[in-house]
Design a protein around this ligand. Structure first.
Ligand code: COA
Ligand code: AMP
Length: 635
């Protein structure tokens, strides 16, 4: 079938407002208006400015009212605990209404914030939807972040309540969440009124009198009492959630997502990009703590009337590298969305795909990859093993949905290995040089998107309009700076080559090396430090920290390095995967004192590098090479 992509993209370019007006007809609105976009509102304009809606209503009630009450909405499959549970649309609505009643009883109402700090259990999705039902702004914090990171988010979002579980479960260990929450609240200036805790059997939490409540019991009571909570109408431009993501400092950026544009864009993607129909089963094997989890575990599949899978496990080891195929086969998944790192892990354990052959994958149609570069080797392995289209697509927490991809629903375009293909309607993607001049095809430069950004992308940062402007709009006036570098070829295909800032991508998780440097610098023996991301076969990149010790420090380097690893784990969390700290005498710098992180990375990755013309002392590069070798990193 010839792809309709070019016609659809051209149609959007010629009439962007008409395009989004038509997409908006897929959503149930409380109020609409003729105004689709107001260029004078917000930082670069606002979508659907006078429209009103409720996201939870669109995810649940309308499917219950119109023919899907008995269809599974959410399937919880937890190989790590051995539990499975299915909720139909009617059941999920009942649970969410009960949950919303509990939040109301705690005094939460439209515009308040709630932080959700939970593992991959059904109550995490219920919490998001219950907040959406009330117009409460949720902020989900990934369970792998430490107390300090949670505290930073508490201070920025100033939530009335924290919704949590007593513990999370990682292979071989149970992580008690409650002590982390208590510590975070102690560290934060803002103190939430309440902490609502789901008590899990694996480890129960001690509840503090007055402040803490047993969420499971309260929700069960509310459901048993048949409590009904009507969806609260909100403006399309009101915030649905804030999701913190790594910025260039230890202070994370609070990406704001609105209600209306978000629904319109996500709903459009389900059939046009993912080629999934209402009633089918869609699985995003991510975590609700990440943007992929927000968009494609929770909101998009439910908006579309699909069944979504909530998977609490790992691609390998729970119990083996066949678990993805077991889940696909058991629940009739038609499309899987995950990070390439998950496939690298599976391939390492089961290179010949023996486990794949044990399952009936006849309903399965496509694999979507995002979150990091999809290396052609992994993509080709997946194609060979699964015999389905494997689609790499590029997006960011900031955009909330795909910027560049291959729209399966419009008819797929030929794949070029290493390229996520072409811009989606809504995105006018260009490549500029550092001075902001457009670059021709096949020339590496800064990837930018011409303003306005489409519906569903972030209108600003939480309580930080200036930071939003400075970080994203100031450098290239009229454009959104993606902070990715890349090229567009003669056919309009984009390739993402690298970040232009300090962000690294570890196992599909986005991390700031600047944030890690801030932590290392607090160690009393450290005078100076630099963290770089070095290539890793499994996780894509791994952080590697170089430290120069203060004069007169005579302690064993090994001991200090162990303390540094512990420090990053305690302050940022295990998700940082910071395991390599290397003591050196000096760091390579330019004559003006800028640390040559790029050259250090090239050395660590064994790439040929050009001696920087402005280097202060070239001999230091040999010292770095030796230091890497002594830590088992071959240069
Ligand atoms: N709560 C607490 N700790 C967590 C956690 C959570 N929710 N998630 C991860 N961690 C811990 C891990 O246990 C690990 O701890 P360790 O250092 O003691 O081993 C550490 O954080 C690093 O985790 P990770 O980088 O995820 O490595 P892993 O070895 O546990 O698993 C993969 C490797 C490839 C299997 C895994 O990273 C994966 O499935 N990645 C997919 C990423 C993804 O879905 N990204 C979303 C974008 S689509
Ligand atoms: P996150 O905000 O966590 O989704 O991370 C976004 C960043 O991950 C992007 O800016 C890219 O650097 C990287 N990324 C995401 N998807 C891809 C992809 N398909 N190809 C290359 N890099 C990607």
């Amino acid at each position: 079938m010839a792809s309709r992509y070019h016609d659809v993209y051209k149609g959007w370019k010629e009439d962007p407002l008409g395009f989004w007006k038509s997409a908006a007809s897929e959503i149930d609105w409380v109020a609409t208006s003729d105004k689709i976009f107001d260029p004078d509102q917000g930082q670069y304009g606002r979508w659907f400015p006078d429209w009103e809606c409720n996201t939870c209503y669109n995810c649940l009630d309308r499917h219950v009212e119109r023919g899907r009450p008995g269809q599974p909405a959410l399937i919880y499959d937890s190989p790590i605990t051995g539990r499975k549970q299915t909720f139909t649309y009617a059941e999920l609505l009942e649970e969410v209404e009960g949950f919303a009643a509990v939040l109301q009883d705690q005094g939460l109402s439209k515009g308040d914030r709630a932080i959700i700090y939970m593992p991959m259990i059904p109550q995490a999705v219920m919490a998001m939807l219950a907040c959406a039902r009330l117009g409460v702004v949720h902020s989900v914090v990934f369970g792998g972040f430490a107390a300090n990171e949670l505290a930073t988010r508490i201070d920025d979002a100033t939530p009335k309540t924290i919704i949590a579980a007593s513990c999370g479960i990682e292979p071989g260990r149970v992580i008690a969440y409650k002590p982390l929450i208590d510590q975070a609240i102690e560290l934060s200036k803002h103190k939430p009124d309440s902490v609502l805790v789901v008590q899990r059997e694996e480890q129960k939490a001690e509840l503090q009198d007055g402040r803490d409540h047993d969420l499971g019991a309260l929700q069960a009571d509310a459901v048993a009492a048949g409590r009904k909570v009507s969806p609260v109408p909100v403006k399309a431009t009101d915030p649905l959630y804030v999701l913190y993501t790594s910025g260039t400092t230890g202070q994370p950026k609070g990406v704001v997502r609105d209600n209306g544009g978000h629904m319109v864009a996500l709903k459009w993607t389900m059939s046009n990009l993912y080629d999934v129909q209402p009633g089918e089963v869609f699985w995003a094997a991510s975590d609700v703590g990440w943007v992929v989890g927000h968009s494609y575990i929770c909101y998009a599949p439910l908006l579309h009337g699909c069944t979504t899978i909530l998977f609490e496990g790992k691609p390998v080891g729970t119990p083996d590298a066949g678990v993805f195929w077991r889940v696909i086969s058991e629940h009739n998944v038609v499309s899987l969305f995950t990070a390439p790192t998950a496939f690298r892990a599976i391939r390492k354990e089961d290179p010949k795909g023996e486990l794949i052959k044990q399952y009936d994958l006849s309903t399965y149609r496509s694999l979507f990859l995002a979150g990091e570069r999809a290396d052609p080797e992994t993509v080709n392995w997946a194609i060979d093993q699964l015999q389905v289209p494997v689609i790499d697509h590029w997006w960011q927490t900031e955009t909330g949905w795909c910027i560049v991809g291959n729209p399966l629903g419009l008819g797929s375009l030929p794949v070029k290995p290493g390229s996520p293909t072409v811009p989606m309607p809504g995105y006018d993607v260009q490549v500029l040089d550092d001075a902001g001049h457009p670059l021709g095809p096949n020339t590496l430069g800064n990837i930018v998107v011409k303003l306005p950004l489409p519906p569903g992308t972030f209108p600003t940062l939480w309580n930080a309009d200036k930071r939003f402007f400075d970080s994203y709009l100031a450098e290239f006036p009229g454009y959104y700076k993606t902070a990715d570098a890349g090229v567009i070829d003669d056919d309009g295909y984009l390739s993402i080559m690298a970040r232009t800032d300090d962000i690294i991508n570890v196992a599909g998780h986005r991390l700031s090396t600047g944030g890690m440097e801030e932590v290392l610098a607090t160690h009393p023996d450290v005078a100076e430090c630099a963290v770089i991301g070095i290539a890793d076969k499994l996780k894509g990149q791994l952080p590697c920290g170089f430290v120069v010790l203060k004069a007169g420090v005579e302690r064993a380097h090994e001991d200090i390095e162990k303390e540094l690893v512990k420090l990053v784990r305690e302050r940022i969390g295990p998700v940082a995967a910071f395991k390599i700290a290397i003591t050196v005498d000096r760091l390579p710098k330019t004559r003006s004192g800028k640390i040559l992180r790029g050259t250090m990375r090239q050395i660590a990755d064994g790439e040929t590098y050009k001696m920087p013309a402005t280097i202060d002392d070239p001999a230091i590069l040999d010292e770095i090479t030796e230091a890497l070798k002594s830590h088992g990193i071959s240069a």
